[in-house]
Design a protein around this ligand. Structure first.
Ligand SMILES: *[C@@H]1O[C@H](CO)[C@@H](O)[C@H](O)[C@H]1NC(C)=O
Ligand SMILES: *[C@@H]1O[C@H](CO)[C@@H](O)[C@H](O)[C@H]1NC(C)=O
Ligand SMILES: *[C@@H]1O[C@H](CO)[C@@H](O)[C@H](O)[C@H]1NC(C)=O
Ligand SMILES: *[C@@H]1O[C@H](CO)[C@@H](O)[C@H](O)[C@H]1NC(C)=O
Ligand SMILES: *[C@@H]1O[C@H](CO)[C@@H](O)[C@H](O)[C@H]1NC(C)=O
Ligand SMILES: *[C@@H]1O[C@H](CO)[C@@H](O)[C@H](O)[C@H]1NC(C)=O
Length: 292
């Protein structure tokens, strides 16, 4: 049986199910189509193209001006495994965009205008192996559990973004990670980042372009390569007490002082009461002696 025979009945079911008129033989205008592959590279598209064959497995929208991916139209492409959207204007909120393309294995969103990645952005992509979100200069935040569901992720690239911080647990949960792009970000090497740097030294993951993975702040660590910064960071984070540590120590000191005062005071009272009591007894005994 030829592969075509396998895919056609599937898309037919889709057509009937959704009552759509467009066939699976068409090709979006301006794009070039090959077997199960649609290539719309560099066509100045402003929008996600209409009439993409429903059995498409590889969709290339690279180098256009697409600013929005419609989740519903994407979800019609239920067999999509490869989606290349690099060099577009995708931005703001991609949460739940990929909810219907659960078979996606390769996703390229580099050279766009992403601003943040949350758990809901990629949480449905349980088969994802390659994810490129590099060269998004406005990407400033990746949620701690952003990739918690992407357990097959093997290649992740967050180079040249606006990121200054990554939680170690974001990548620690990825058992299959082999390549992690981190270069040319303005990493903020504070004590919270120590866990991540320690993970870098201990993991077997490959970090491409390692010479350009450097601390940017604080000033003292500027341009220091990241795994090497561990030693400096470790010593400064372990020995230096913070302001709240001093406040805590003062508080403990005061508590001990206060408790000591109270104990001394109670002991004094007890001594006085005992004294009064015993002298009264003596007086009573003396009185008794006098009476008899
Ligand atoms: C898509 O088309 C562009 C030019 O139109 C070409 O350079 C590129 O190699 C094609 N990509 C694939 C995967 O065929
Ligand atoms: C697409 O975007 C580029 C750069 O952002 C711009 O130079 C070009 O004019 C845009 N093309 C269209 C058709 O809007
Ligand atoms: C990128 O996103 C930011 C913030 O959402 C926005 O202000 C800016 O205009 C966007 N840039 C482009 C080129 O779309
Ligand atoms: C995360 O993955 C689990 C299965 O591994 C799935 O049941 C759950 O729906 C996923 N979460 C989201 C928000 O998609
Ligand atoms: C370290 O920097 C990150 C990001 O700039 C910040 O969220 C975190 O609170 C900082 N941690 C400390 C201990 O200053
Ligand atoms: C590393 O950074 C330098 C300076 O920012 C840049 O010139 C160089 O191209 C970068 N190297 C790579 C491989 O990106």
């Amino acid at each position: 049986m030829s592969p075509a025979g396998r895919w056609r009945p599937l898309s037919l079911v889709f057509l009937l199910g959704m009552g759509m008129a467009s066939g699976d033989s068409g090709c979006p205008s301006g794009c070039s189509c090959r077997y199960l592959e649609v290539n719309c590279t560099g066509r100045q598209l402003q929008e996600f193209p209409a009439a993409i064959p429903l059995d498409t497995r590889q969709l290339i929208l690279a180098a256009n001006n697409v600013s929005y991916l419609p989740a519903v139209e994407l979800s019609f492409l239920a067999d999509l495994v490869y989606l290349d959207c690099q060099k577009n204007l995708l931005g703001d909120d991609l949460d739940f965009t990929f909810i219907g393309v659960v078979k996606l294995v390769y996703l390229d969103l580099s050279f766009n205008n992403l601003t943040q990645v949350t758990f809901s952005t990629f949480s449905q992509l349980l088969s994802l192996v390659v994810l490129k979100i590099s060269d998004n200069p406005n990407l400033v935040a990746i949620e701690k559990d952003a990739f918690a569901n992407n357990t097959w992720l093997r290649h992740l690239d967050v180079s040249r973004t606006g990121l200054t911080f990554l939680d170690a647990s974001t990548v620690q949960v990825l058992p299959n990670l082999r390549i992690l792009g981190l270069s040319d970000n303005l990493w903020h090497c504070n004590c919270s980042f120590l866990d991540f740097i320690t993970w870098m030294t201990e993991s077997s993951v490959h970090f491409p372009d390692a010479d350009n993975i450097t601390c940017y702040t604080p000033e003292a660590l500027r341009a220091l390569k990241m795994p090497a910064a561990e030693v400096q960071l470790y010593s400064s984070c372990q020995t230096h007490l913070h302001k709240h540590d001093y406040i805590f120590l003062c508080f403990i000191g005061f508590c001990i002082f206060f408790a000591g005062t109270v104990v001394a005071w109670l002991a004094g009272i007890c001594a006085v009461i005992y004294q009064i009591h015993s002298s009264k007894e003596e007086e009573e005994e003396e009185e008794k002696d006098a009476v008899t």
